[in-house]
Design a protein around this ligand. Sequence first.
Ligand code: NAD
Ligand code: HSO
Ligand code: ZN
Length: 430
Amino acid sequence: MEQHIYNTLSENQINQLCQRPKMDFKSVFSTVAPIIDKVETEGDQAVSYYTQKFDGVSPKPLAINPAQEEVSLDPTVKEAIDTAFDNIQQFHKAQLPVPMEVETMPGVRCQRVARAIERVGLYVPGGTAILPSTLMMLGIPAMLAGCSTIVVATPPKADDSVADEILYIAQKVGATTLLKAGGAQAVAAMALGTESVPKVDKIFGPGNQYVTAAKMMLQNSEAQIAIDMPAGPSEVLVIADDTAKPHFVAADLLSQAEHGADSQVVLVATEGFDLDACQSALDDQLGDLPRQQVARKAIDQSYSMVVEHLEEAFSFSNRYAPEHLIVQCREPEQWTDKIVNAGSVFLGHWTPESAGDYASGTNHTLPTYGYARMYSGVSVDSFLKQITIQQITEEGLQKLGPTIEKLAELEELQAHKNAVSIRTNELKNN
Ligand SMILES: NC(=O)c1ccc[n+]([C@@H]2O[C@H](COP(=O)([O-])OP(=O)(O)OC[C@H]3O[C@@H](n4cnc5c(N)ncnc54)[C@H](O)[C@@H]3O)[C@@H](O)[C@H]2O)c1
Ligand SMILES: N[C@H](CO)Cc1c[nH]c[nH+]1
Ligand SMILES: [Zn+2]
């Protein structure tokens, strides 16, 4: 990996290093636009057409009710899914909101209550690998929030089936429809609705550039949908001091590099860390990976950075705003206050990033591409809206009325003022 020395870099060079590899969205948008148009006009037929074209399968039926499917799982796989499911459920259950009520003045009562987004679409990537873990990360908070329509979309396998692991989790989270299609056509079907796919209000989940482009385009269309966040390729930044084990660090870097050729991994090390040992561990481990070609491409666009002390490491990490931040240093918990921008953090030598990908309990759908500066990962909140309620008594309106009237006068909105005066006058006259 290319190596940089932090205190020899200019501000401009540091900014450049915080940029991610460029994505060519213009050409992807021009591929995706006609797919969305065709799904809008031809519905199911267009979804089948593109699934045949890109995935080589014409799903029959296109959408199923997962509750009615027979599922057979290897007991060890079932046990692993159940353990991960329980941890994710526990952590997300604790996120359920507590109703809030405040009396701002005597007789002026304000409340905030949460309501589920009724119809949600969960995209589970499946082009190069099936990702049951992503269905847990999206389905469990949707179930806990109380979403009533949960549509899952995932590309079918070559024989037109869907993996039993996906069906099992879809059943556990109470998914109502499973669309056997992926790519932009699946996102468009959920956003617009078709004969067999209910229209949803918000679409969640990672995916390749076509999936991401479709989410972005449909968010800004008459489909009136929200999306979870702008998503990009997976990434990780590891901070390592002299206590970090080079082969652990190498394994963590590779665990995100294997996601895609467009992934980026960054190592920020203090001078005491053995970079040479890490590089040779990385080469050794890479040679054994089934996805080594993908990982190698990602490593080619990744780098390491040497810093003098950990303050500098955290300062750079906050500028980079990684999706995942791994902290492998002495007393890692002492540094959490310094972390300002990161999707999810992994503290200490015994906390691999893959724990969060699968089973620790935290969510793995996280902001990438520097969006950790202003976005959070998926949580129960992502599936909720907050509604505010106010109720004012006669006494409350007498107290608050003059304030509202004065501000309405200031904005020259007479009808606003009248809505108060008409009431307070009636109270005066009674
Ligand atoms: N950030 C995260 O949480 C996270 C988690 C897992 C995976 N990922 C990312 O998700 C992505 C998964 O990508 P994938 O491709 O394996 O699966 P995918 O399900 O996202 O995409 C597959 C679909 O893309 C469509 N497609 C393929 N070629 C096309 C073309 N030329 N034109 C139009 N559409 C086409 C097909 O319909 C196919 O069904 C990876 O980039 C991976 O890094 C991210
Ligand atoms: N690391 C991915 C998010 O960037 C999530 C994932 C799914 N499966 C394995 N990993
Ligand atoms: Zn991962």
